[in-house]
Design a protein around this ligand. Structure first.
Ligand code: SF4
Length: 482
């Protein structure tokens, strides 16, 4: 029997981290970031291949392809099902693409994105879902195979598939069970990297291919702006270090990839797990041949953990410092202090481990003084790179409710991103004032002669890296003055 065909894709258009549900970052307008691998599509592809489907995977946005290429693929590949990753920002244009493809080619249409995690009906009413058959709000690898097997093999029932919505016979979207997560992450196949264009996802400095490896899912913290506790759960589910190492070896041996982004909501949350992982790398054939970067919280964090990470090949650690104001950290329920932010930065400097600082401004309670405290912390801790984003009230977060109660929301949070806020500002500042403060912080940080000379000195033996830095610097300045 002829195999059923599934097309998995990111649509053509601006660059967004579509695979990373919690942030969905706008890459074109960020400071120094590159697209990360489309692992959500890769996982879906691996599951569907395992279940006997023919799969085509296309990241049209990162490939720089146009809508015409998508149409050509629809005509030649003739998929029976299409699955597209959406973001809160691009949802209206994404749905337009899906509706158009449905009308022209009539495949089963599946959309996947954090927006569909246990959504309110009021939210669904804002979106034209007339041509969409399934919405995946949970983890794609635990849903897509079951949806395909129901549609094409008649196995199971849609109501038995957790964390999705399906269209019933009356055309109404029906929710299944949400807030349940599968634990056995080791049982999942690795993303189908032979179908992914790995060379598109690069280390921003060296331009070498960088694979994203998901090491854990979930976070026990309760930051009011973050989708993670909602969509991935408050309990951290880990893969075994050996399973992660096996995937790294597969990347190294079969895809010639030696640079990794360890994707975990908080990579360092369990020091024992990190120790085991790092020791496995150090004692493996990959030792000295690979490098990696990872996200971290400043609590819990030990200096020994950072030292071991560096020894195992960590070239950059990214901290969600968020703020230089203890009051803001408390109000946003970060569960950290400014002193801990400073301590983490100090340890990195002592160890010689480059670090990235993520900061967020524009929280509902924030004053100009709070934001200036953040600026002070940035200048004092002097990270290697920073990003300052505007607090975004994603649907489903406590921050969304606070903004709603205080009349701080623009008409809809759909269509906005970290650089184009859907809020009117804070209770004390207009959104224009917040944007001006962001611009001031970024320019003050990146245009310091001391910083520029330091980066030039670091690149003496790597002129290619310096060229990349100049490119990112120019992009940042252009974006800030647009
Ligand atoms: S620490 Fe906070 S921002 Fe980071 S993943 Fe957990 S909840 Fe989200």
């Amino acid at each position: 029997m002829e195999k059923k065909r599934v097309l998995l894709f990111y649509p053509p258009g601006a660059l967004f981290q579509r695979g990373e549900d919690r942030c969905q970052q706008n890459i074109d307008e960020g400071s120094a970031q590159a697209m990360r691998a489309c692992n959500d599509l890769g996982y879906a592809a691996a599951i569907l291949l395992r279940d006997g489907y023919e799969v085509k995977l296309q990241d049209y946005q990162t490939q720089g392809d146009t809508y015409d290429t998508l149409i050509q693929d629809m005509e030649t590949f003739k998929p029976d099902m299409i699955m597209m990753s959406i973001t809160n920002t691009t949802i209206h244009s994404d749905v337009k693409v899906a509706n158009d493809l449905k009308k022209r080619f009539n495949p089963i249409v599946v959309l996947k994105g954090a927006l569909f995690f246990d959504p309110e009906q009021a939210l669904l009413d804002l979106i034209d879902l007339s041509c969409v058959d399934y919405l995946i709000g949970g983890e794609i690898d635990f849903c897509i195979g079951k949806i395909a097997n129901y549609c094409f093999k008649g196995e199971g029932k849609p109501e038995e598939i957790n964390n999705i919505l399906y269209k019933d016979e009356n055309g109404k979207m029906v929710k299944t069970r949400f807030h349940v997560w599968d634990d056995d992450l080791d049982s999942q196949p690795f993303p189908a990297r032979h179908l992914m264009r790995n060379e598109l996802y690069i280390h921003p400095g060296t331009k070498e291919p960088m694979a994203t490896i998901q090491t854990a899912r979930g976070c026990p913290s309760q930051c009011v702006f973050c989708l993670t506790p909602e969509i991935s759960g408050k309990r951290v589910r880990f893969r075994s270090p050996q399973n992660v190492l096996d995937e790294m070896i597969d990347c190294y041996d079969n895809h010639h990839i030696s640079c990794f982004f360890f994707k975990a909501d908080t990579f360092t949350i369990n020091p024992d797990w990190v120790k085991e992982m790092c020791e496995l790398i150090i004692n493996s054939k990959l030792c000295g041949k690979i490098k990696f970067t990872a996200n971290s919280r400043v609590r819990p964090l030990k200096k020994e953990t950072l030292e071991l990470m560096k020894k195992a090949g960590c070239f950059l650690v990214a901290f969600g410092f968020e703020s230089g104001s203890d009051e803001m950290l408390k109000t946003m329920r970060k569960g950290t202090t400014v002193a801990e932010n400073r301590q983490a930065a100090k340890w990195c400097k002592e160890i010689g481990l480059p670090f990235w600082g993520y900061f967020v401004i524009g929280f509902p309670w924030e004053t100009k003084e709070d934001i200036l405290k953040t600026k002070k912390l940035i200048m004092e801790t002097d990270p290697d790179f920073i990003e300052v984003t505007i607090a975004l009230p994603f649907y489903g977060t406590p921050m969304y409710e606070t903004c709603k109660e205080n009349n701080l929301l623009e008409k809809s949070v759909l269509g906005s991103d970290f650089f184009h806020s859907s809020t009117k500002g804070t209770m004390h500042l207009t959104i224009d004032e917040v944007m001006k403060l962001r611009k001031n912080i970024l320019l003050s940080f990146y245009l310091r002669p001391k910083y520029i000379f330091r980066k030039m000195a670091e690149c003496v033996t790597q002129p290619g890296v310096f060229v990349q830095y100049v490119k990112y610097g120019l992009k940042l300045v252009i974006n800030l003055f647009k």
